[in-house]
Design a protein around this ligand. Structure first.
Ligand SMILES: NC(=O)c1ccc[n+]([C@@H]2O[C@H](COP(=O)([O-])OP(=O)(O)OC[C@H]3O[C@@H](n4cnc5c(N)ncnc54)[C@H](O)[C@@H]3O)[C@@H](O)[C@H]2O)c1
Length: 337
């Protein structure tokens, strides 16, 4: 039997916990090093998931000579340097989104990332959601003919705190970034971005100069139109839907709940329980399947995870959306830039 791949996990916050749990659940992966400057968190994560060496310093993991790959789940400003260091250490890396909030920093690493001999994967997990993956497969198989319109709805159940918003880079770079990647999953070449933001309900978000709702329209190189609707709140829970429309039909992925049980009574029929609480629950399969794909890439199979260029492309769209919303203009994108 092949030995499990030894994984170094850098960052053990919200998303780091998800990756630790996925590693523990997958027989092909083993949590070997856990790193967090908040050492108590590194220790408790290692203990919870079967034991691993712990450190407060990512350099210990990267220079250990004792891991097959690293997962970067630390805050966004650390990503560029950690990807860079993983390349130098000859280690495959799965880095959380976004690569950075500053395209110049991303471009500073671009050439090196392009030449890297080891896989660099970006944590756009939604591509691995089984429902989304099936929708993508069927669009690719021609089930709806030519894709003409893609409609993405993404609403969070409740807004993040003001201190999170202050360092988030704004709704387009923080939240819509997943939807920009989803748009590119179906329409890789986007040539125009038009975005409008609104301050509808959160004084805290408005105080940070950010929007709590947004609508973005993207135009693809072949004339496809993509609409993204975002809100930082939703009274009925986490709202995640996609619709692909073509000349021969339409495909939809609706919201998913923990159970398909429906109840029927005097005051309502076909009633379902609430949707999944938030992204950790809704996309739990996707987070695990993205690691399955990463493991295959580490072992030398073709990389199917989104990579550095996908991370960069999504950030370019986010920057364009921020500019479009601020200036009230449409922004052209050079797909070859
Ligand atoms: N793919 C997704 O759906 C998804 C979801 C949530 C967050 N994220 C991304 O993951 C990253 C982390 O987000 P989070 O919500 O888990 O944050 P978090 O604040 O919950 O956790 C970050 C952790 O990293 C640690 N840390 C800080 N500096 C570090 C360093 N230099 N090296 C190692 N660890 C360090 C912190 O102590 C903390 O434990 C962000 O870039 C975020 O955008 C992605």
């Amino acid at each position: 039997m092949t030995e499990p791949l030894k994984i170094g996990l850098i960052g053990t916050g919200r998303i780091g916990q998800v990756h630790a749990a996925s590693i523990a659940a997958l027989p092909g992966l083993a949590l070997h090093w856990v790193c967090d400057p908040f050492l108590e968190s590194a220790k408790s994560t290692a203990e919870r998931f079967g034991g691993a060496q712990v450190t407060a310093d990512p350099a210990d993991v990267l220079s250990s000579g004792d891991v097959d790959a690293v997962i970067v789940a630390s805050p966004t400003p650390t990503h560029v340097d950690l990807i860079d260091a993983a390349i130098d250490a000859g280690l495959p890396v799965l880095c959380e989104k976004p690569i950075d909030l500053d395209i110049e920093r991303v471009d500073g690493l671009r050439e090196k990332a392009r030449r890297a001999a080891t896989p660099i994967s970006l944590g756009f997990n939604r591509r691995f959601d089984p429902h989304v993956a099936e929708l993508r497969r069927r669009v690719g198989a021609g089930d709806i003919g030519g894709l003409e319109q893609l409609t993405i709805t993404s609403r969070d159940p409740a807004p993040p705190p003001g201190e999170y918003v202050a360092v988030s880079g704004g709704i387009f770079r923080d939240m819509t970034i997943h939807d920009f990647d989803m748009a590119r999953f179906f329409v890789p070449d986007i040539v125009e971005v038009t975005a409008r933001g609104a301050r509808q309900f959160s004084a805290e978000i408005a105080a940070e100069g950010d929007y709590d709702a947004a609508v973005v329209t993207l135009r693809g190189a072949s004339g496809e139109l993509v609409t993204i609707t975002n809100s930082r709140h939703s009274a009925y829970g986490y709202d995640q839907r996609i619709e692909a429309f073509g000349d021969a039909g339409m495909l939809q992925v609706g919201n998913v709940g923990p159970t398909v049980v429906r109840s029927y009574g005097a005051s309502s029929v076909e009633a379902q329980g609430p949707y999944h609480n938030f992204f950790l629950e809704r996309y739990s399969d996707a987070y695990r399947l993205e690691l399955v794909a990463f493991a295959a890439a580490i072992r030398g199979d073709e990389q199917t995870n989104p990579g550095f260029e996908d991370g960069r492309a999504a950030l370019i769209l986010a920057d364009a959306a921020a500019r479009s919303a601020a200036e009230g203009v449409s922004v052209e994108i050079d797909p070859n830039a």
